[in-house]
Design a protein around this ligand. Structure first.
Ligand SMILES: C[S@@+](CC[C@H](N)C(=O)[O-])C[C@H]1O[C@@H](n2cnc3c(N)ncnc32)[C@H](O)[C@@H]1O
Length: 227
């Protein structure tokens, strides 16, 4: 899979690329590029944003700047680009990221994530250059970089070669294997600590009973909405 992140802070992704499962995914042949939006701006002084029409606080990322950048990176009109690969605007009001959307993205050969800053994107960027708008939650963070890392992290760990154990991502919270419910609780040694003991069934060695117990706890968590 090929993931591109268009950002004003490409250096943030140097650290991210070094994280174990990300590094594993890259070694396995997947690709993650951080592309500098400012590099191809047609405006003087590296300008990428401007004041909002209609007034108000903050600055808005310009549509002409994004147009130039995407053309330079992909050698194609960005209006056409979104027909060739998912181009995703990261924005608080977008489609909520969940396990289903992560699976959907992990099945794509190539994805581009656009990071906003300041007040966000000129809406024409989202309307004309993007196939999707995605949110990582109903709150606002300062820029799209951390949101892009959340998306990349969740997607890359689904890809073969990213995790040490192939089963690690199969039976996880919200996965099909758990019927969309949160994962069951885990315990490890010591079996007894400050009077808090591990559920007996987990020490029993009865695989079928353990499987049933785990599925039941998972369902309970799904029903109560807590994890
Ligand atoms: C300060 S935010 C802009 C918030 C915007 N003015 C609003 O109220 O919706 C700057 C950028 O951070 C990113 N961002 C902030 N919160 C996000 C979220 N919950 N999900 C995805 N991206 C987010 C987006 O790229 C956004 O354009």
């Amino acid at each position: 899979m090929q993931i591109d992140v268009v950002t004003l802070f490409p250096q943030w992704f140097d650290w991210f690329r070094g994280q174990r499962h990300v590094a594993n995914a890259l070694e396995a042949g997947h690709d993650l590029r951080a592309l500098d939006l400012r590099e191809h701006t047609p405006l003087t002084g590296g300008q990428v944003d401007d004041t909002p029409f209609g007034g108000g606080a903050g600055m808005v990322l310009r549509v002409d700047v994004m147009d130039h950048a995407l053309r330079a990176f992909y050698d194609t009109d960005p209006v056409e680009l979104r027909k060739e690969r998912r181009v995703i605007a990261l924005t608080p009001g977008g489609r909520m990221l969940d396990d289903g959307l992560v699976d959907e993205l992990a099945a794509e050969p190539a994805v581009t994530l656009l990071c906003g800053r300041y007040e966000g994107f000129d809406e024409r960027i989202v309307q004309h250059f993007c196939s999707d708008a995605v949110s990582i939650g109903r709150y606002v963070i300062a820029g799209g970089e951390l949101a892009a890392m959340v998306v990349c992290d969740a997607v890359l760990r689904k890809l073969p070669g990213a995790l040490g154990h192939v089963d690690s991502a199969a039976e996880e919270s919200f996965s099909v294997a758990l019927g969309g419910d949160p994962e069951y609780p885990h315990y490890t040694r010591p079996a007894e600590y400050r009077g808090w003991s591990v559920p007996e069934v987990l020490l029993s060695g009865h695989h079928e009973e353990i499987r049933r117990w785990r599925r039941a706890r998972s369902r309970e968590r799904g029903a109560s909405g807590t994890a």
